[in-house]
Design a protein around this ligand. Structure first.
Ligand SMILES: Cc1ncc(COP(=O)(O)O)c(C=O)c1O
Length: 400
């Protein structure tokens, strides 16, 4: 009998983490591999944030801290929600975790009973369904195709709600498509949600600050205050502040859910690091100027990658509004063969072919619940992106 618990058989390891491991293994063998699979900015954590961490260590902030966040961090989060999102949360409506992923995990562990349903629009961030399943819930995947901007429509939402629906997960800007819900779209969805008072909403706003072309970010709890008492507004410092390794996410939401999540933390990880909390206070309250600079750079890269991919026969690429990913369709190469006679019959095969023939690592669309697509991250240098696009073009040309 296996020592591994049955619950582990419900889930698979994170596919994006797996692809990075595979690409790094090829690199270790001396292969020239360009990795466009990572979900993190390539910029360093800004200096003022690093200095705040150093100061925290020097000041002796090295002991246990509350799992819900130090008073200074709680205050910084409350101010952030008020100032940037116009949502008022009190201290008992806020919690901090070890990254946004951990917030999601704790929220699902705290609320799902066996087979409770969670509506997840696809394409989705790879971790949503697996975290739901680990917590014994049932992911209800709603496919949102490119014609609808990869976003769930009110009628799709209406059709997918049952008496067992516990959550709707909304991610804007989206990983992997970069799609952003407008205020009007959120209002339209809210008309359905207001009719179904048993449905809670988790809005994953982690890419909030990475937006282009003058678009404005909106989050549900601020657009529809009537839904605030059943919305968990998730955010974190990983993406906007280039702090993926520091591990801090946070959310605002109903007291009972926050208290239950706190109970889980108190019997598991206790809290994220005290140093990370101090650095995050500076991230939220210090200068935000670098975000603009980063976004200017991301936009240049986005425009270049979209243009180059659209010039490749077999690929088409929509222009994303936020985050730092493109999600091109590879429908035009499906059915073709490699020079070795291998049939490209899925986006996974296409990604394997790109990796093996040209050393370009991206993530196949199936991992995000919508094929035939693939995700490339443009959070890497222009030089690498140019090289990667040239290699993809060469690989596509070779297909017959
Ligand atoms: C949509 C989305 N939500 C949440 C996260 C979690 O980020 P972290 O755990 O680093 O805060 C990620 C990370 O890739 C993400 O893409």
């Amino acid at each position: 009998m296996s020592i591994i618990a049955n619950r582990l058989s419900r889930i698979k390891p994170s596919m994006t983490v797996g692809i990075n491991v595979k690409a790094n293994a090829l690199r270790a063998q001396g292969k020239d591999v360009l990795v466009l699979a990572a979900g993190e900015p390539d910029f360093d954590t800004p200096l003022n944030i690093r200095q705040a961490a150093a100061k925290a260590m020097d000041d002796g902030l090295t002991r246990y801290v509350p799992g819900k966040g130090t008073p200074a961090l709680q205050e910084a989060i409350i101010k952030k929600f008020k100032k940037e999102n116009n949502i008022e949360y009190s201290n008992d409506e806020i919690i901090v975790g070890v990254g946004g992923k951990h917030i999601l995990f704790n929220a699902m562990m705290a609320t799902l009973n066996l087979d409770d349903e969670v509506i997840i629009p696809a394409p989705f961030w790879v971790s949503y369904p697996d975290i739901v399943m680990l917590a014994e819930g049932k992911p209800i995947i709603v496919v949102c195709d490119e014609q609808q901007g990869f976003k769930i429509t009110p009628s799709q939402l209406e059709k997918s709600i049952t008496s067992r629906t516990k959550w709707l997960v909304l991610n804007s800007p989206s990983n992997p498509t970069g799609a952003v819900y407008s205020k009007q779209e959120l209002l339209a969805l809210s008309e359905v949600l207001l009719k179904h008072s048993h449905v809670n909403i988790l809005t994953d706003d982690i890419y909030e600050k990475i937006m282009y072309d003058g678009n404005v970010f909106f989050t549900l709890a601020s657009v529809v205050p009537e839904l605030k008492n059943r919305t968990l507004t998730l955010n974190g410092v990983s993406k906007a502040y280039c702090m993926t390794g520091w591990r801090l996410g946070y959310c605002g939401g109903p007291k009972d859910i926050i208290e239950a999540m706190n109970k889980i933390q108190s019997q598991s990880n206790t809290s994220t690091s005290s140093i990370t909390m101090a650095a995050s206070v500076e991230a939220l309250q210090g200068t935000q100027d670098f975000i603009k600079t980063h976004n200017i750079e991301f936009k240049k890269r986005r425009d270049m990658v979209v243009e180059k991919l659209n010039a490749i026969d077999g690929l088409t690429c929509a222009t994303p509004t936020g985050a730092f990913y493109v999600y091109p369709s590879c429908a035009g190469v499906i059915g073709k063969k490699t020079r070795n006679g291998d049939l490209i019959d899925s986006d996974e095969k296409f990604m394997n072919y790109l990796l093996e023939s040209e050393g370009v690592a991206g993530v196949h669309g199936e991992a995000f619940g919508l094929s035939p697509y693939f995700r490339l991250s443009y959070a890497t240098s222009k030089k690498i992106l140019e090289d990667a696009c040239a290699r993809i073009a060469r690989a596509c040309q070779k297909l017959i």
